[in-house]
Ligand binder design. Sequence first.
Ligand code: FES
Length: 117
Amino acid sequence: MENYRVLHHPILRDAPDRQTVTIYYEGRPIEAYMGEPIASALMASGIRVFRNTIGRHEPRGVFCAIGRCTDCMMIVNGQPNVRTCVTPVEDGMSLEFQHGSGQTTEAEVGASAEKDG
Ligand code: FES
């Protein structure tokens, strides 16, 4: 697995040791720091796209990183529309890519698609 974390910095020095936990993206284990935002853990593992839009299926990932834009929403522990940039990691967390609104039945997806255009 890729690791994009800055562990050694010429000015900030080495990153401090932190407690690690395991989260699961689409069933794949990923090492994360306890309490860091989910989005940070995913980005550190090279995962940049967290969902797609329902109408045009355009990719979305971190944009504002302060919980305002909804671009980073994913399905977390079965719950859709969770803003991963402001939701802390917990050990054993299950993360799924979110297609559109994250609703699962065809009727719900169809209703959302009509709203989205
Ligand atoms: S990146 Fe904007 S709400 Fe998370």
